[in-house]
Design a protein around this ligand. Structure first.
Ligand code: SF4
Length: 513
C-alpha cells in the first residue's frame, strides 16, 4: 500500500509574523539530511538524476496536469513524488513513496483542488529515501506560505547556513530547499519576487526551481544553467492560456502544450493571473549546462538546452564510429539508453543494427537496491541476450557509460555467453573520472573505474576484445549548436565550473581493480 503524506489545506500564513524562526516546515513536515557525498547506484550501475520538476498555472484541474507531466518525467526519479496545489486562498500538498501512478490515484488527485500546481519526482541518495524528505516542501515563512520543488544541488550550503544562523535562522533540516526559503525569509527586499531574486543570487550550484504561493508561480534556473527547465503554453479558447514548466519538454507533449522556450540561466519567471513577467537576477556567468543530460539522463524525445536529445545521441554514435571503428557483423545497443547512439554508430559504420539484448521493462523497484548481491541479480533480471542474433558474430556493443565496471563486465560476459565471437565495447562519452556535485548521484572517485585505471586495464577487467570511449572533443562536437551553448564536463575532466566542491572527494584515488 502506498504511504502518503497529506498536508491539509491551510488558508493562513504564520499569524505571528515573527522573523525568527523565519521558517518552519509546515504541518509537521521535516526534511532529512542533505547527503551530497553519499551515493546509491541503481541495479544497472548507472548514474542517477535526482529530480524532475513541473509547474502549472491557470488550469481548472492543475493537479491532474501536474500528474501527467510528472508521469512523463518519471525517468528522472522513481522513489517519491509530490504535488502541491493552490486555488488563490489555500495551499495543499500530497507526497508519497513510489511511482507517480501509484501515488496519485483519482481519489488522491481529488484532494488537490486549484488552478495552480507544482510537482516533483525524486530519486534520493542513500539514507534519505523517506517520505518526509519528498518534495514539494510547503513552508510558512515571514513572506507567506510557499511551496518549493527543486532539481539540483547547492554547493555553498555551509557558508550560507552559518551566516543565516548568525542572523537568527533556526534550521530544522539540512535541505537545499530550506536554505533557499530561509534566504527568502531573511531578505530585506520589500516584495516577494525581489526577495526570491535576492536569495537566488546568493546560492551557488545547480538548481532548477519551481515555487508557488497562494496566487503565483515562480520558475528559475541557476546562473550557469546546469539543469534543464522549459516553459510551455496551452491555448484555452475564450480563456487565458495555461502556462507550464517542466524539467524536460517531453512532459509538454502529454499535456498538448506547446514548447515555448527554455527558462534562461539566471532567469526568474513569475506567472500571475495578469500574465508572465521575467527578470535576469544574474548575468555574466558562463553557461555550464550538464552535458550528461544529453548523453544519458534526458529522454531522446525532449528538447533541452535548445537541442533535441535524439539528435545529440545520434551524433555521438556517428562520431564514435568515426573515432574508433572496428570490423564487426552487428551493432547492439545496451538498452534503453544506448539505443539512439547505437543507431548513429551503425549507420555511420555501415554495420547492421540489431536488438541483441532485450530489456525487461517490468522489473520492479524491489530490485533497485544498493547491495552488490541484489545488483548482481538485477543485471540478469533486466537484460537477456537474443542468442540467434549474437551467435558466431563479431559484436559492437554500445553503452553510454562505465561507472564501476562490474555491470559492463556482466553484460560483456552475457553477450559472449550467447555465442558472440568477439565483443567490442564502445562508450558514447569520455571516461567518467570525477564525481558530480550538481544534482547527479555519483559514487566517490575511488569507486569510478576510469579514475583509477587505464583504458586497457578497464578493457581487461570487463573482458572485452576492445574498448573505446568517445573523445571529449567528439562529445562537444556532437552537442554543438548555433547558440554556442556552454557545457559542464566536470565528470570527464575534473574541471568544476563552481568553486565550492568537496576537495576530499576529488583527491587522487587509489586503484580498485
Ligand atoms: S559533473 Fe557531469 S553529471 Fe555533473 S553537472 Fe557536470 S557534466 Fe553533468
Amino acid at each position: 500500500m502506498t504511504r502518503l503524506l497529506f498536508q491539509g489545506v491551510e488558508g493562513e500564513s504564520d499569524p505571528t509574523g515573527l522573523r525568527a524562526p523565519s521558517f518552519r516546515p509546515s504541518s509537521g513536515e521535516r526534511v532529512g539530511e542533505h547527503e551530497l557525498q553519499q551515493s546509491k547506484l541503481s541495479a544497472d550501475d548507472k548514474l542517477r538524476e535526482e529530480c524532475g520538476v513541473v509547474a502549472i498555472h491557470g488550469h481548472p484541474d492543475a493537479a491532474r496536469q501536474a500528474y501527467l507531466a510528472l508521469y512523463a518525467l518519471q525517468h528522472r526519479g522513481q522513489e517519491s513524488a509530490g504535488i502541491a496545489t493552490a486555488d488563490g486562498q489555500h495551499l495543499a500538498n500530497i507526497k508519497g513513496m513510489g511511482l507517480v501512478s501509484e501515488i496519485f490515484t483519482d481519489d488522491v488527485l481529488a484532494k488537490l483542488p486549484g488552478q495552480m500546481a507544482i510537482g516533483h519526482t525524486r530519486y534520493s541518495t542513500t539514507g534519505d529515501s523517506a517520505l518526509l524528505n519528498a518534495q514539494p516542501i510547503r513552508v510558512d515563512s515571514t513572506k507567506g506560505l510557499i511551496a518549493i520543488a527543486h532539481n539540483g544541488n547547492l554547493v555553498n550550503l555551509g557558508n550560507l547556513r552559518a551566516r543565516l544562523e548568525r542572523e537568527g535562522a533556526y534550521f530544522q533540516t539540512t535541505s537545499d530547499s530550506e536554505i533557499i526559503v530561509q534566504l527568502i525569509a531573511h531578505s530585506e527586499a520589500a516584495t516577494l519576487v525581489d526577495a526570491i531574486a535576492d536569495s537566488l543570487g546568493q546560492v551557488e550550484g545547480a538548481f532548477s526551481i519551481v515555487m508557488m504561493t497562494r496566487d503565483r508561480i515562480f520558475a528559475a534556473r541557476d546562473p550557469r544553467g546546469f539543469r534543464p527547465l522549459s516553459m510551455g503554453r496551452m491555448k484555452n479558447p475564450g480563456a487565458p492560456d495555461t502556462i507550464v514548466f517542466a524539467s524536460e519538454s517531453c512532459a509538454f507533449d502529454l499535456l498538448h502544450a506547446e514548447f515555448e522556450r527554455d527558462v534562461l540561466p539566471g532567469e526568474l519567471v513569475m506567472v500571475t493571473q495578469d500574465g508572465v513577467t521575467s527578470r535576469q537576477y544574474a548575468s555574466g556567468v558562463p553557461q555550464a549546462s550538464c552535458i550528461f543530460e544529453h548523453v544519458y539522463f534526458a529522454r531522446p524525445d525532449s528538447r533541452i538546452f535548445g537541442r533535441w536529445v535524439q539528435e545529440s545521441r545520434d551524433q555521438m554514435g556517428r562520431q564514435l564510429a568515426r573515432e574508433s571503428g572496428v570490423s564487426a557483423d552487428v551493432v547492439v545497443p545496451v538498452p534503453d539508453s544506448g539505443v539512439t547512439a547505437a543507431l548513429g554508430y551503425a549507420e555511420e559504420a555501415g554495420i547492421p543494427f540489431r536488438f541483441g539484448l532485450i530489456r525487461n521493462h517490468y522489473v520492479g523497484r524491489t530490485f533497485i537496491e544498493p547491495e552488490q548481491r541484489v545488483r548482481d541479480f538485477g543485471v540478469r533480471l533486466k537484460l537477456n541476450p537474443v542468442h540467434n542474433l549474437l551467435e558466431g558474430k563479431r559484436v559492437v556493443l554500445i553503452d553510454d557509460s562505465i561507472i564501476r565496471g562490474t555491470t559492463s563486465r556482466k553484460i560483456v560476459r552475457m553477450v559472449r555467453g550467447a555465442g558472440a565471437a568477439e565483443v567490442h565495447l564502445r562508450i558514447s562519452c569520455p571516461p567518467t573520472i570525477s564525481p558530480c556535485f550538481y544534482g547527479v548521484d555519483t559514487p566517490s572517485k575511488r569507486e569510478l573505474i576510469a579514475a583509477n585505471n587505464s583504458i586497457d586495464e578497464i578493457r581487461r577487467f570487463i573482458e572485452a576484445d576492445s574498448l573505446a570511449y568517445l573523445s571529449l572533443e567528439g562529445l562537444l562536437a556532437s552537442v554543438r549548436d548555433e547558440k554556442k551553448t556552454g557545457y559542464c564536463t566536470a565528470c570527464y575532466t575534473g574541471n568544476y565550473p563552481t568553486q565550492w566542491v568537496d576537495v576530499a572527494d576529488i583527491l587522487p584515488a587509489t586503484a580498485t581493480i
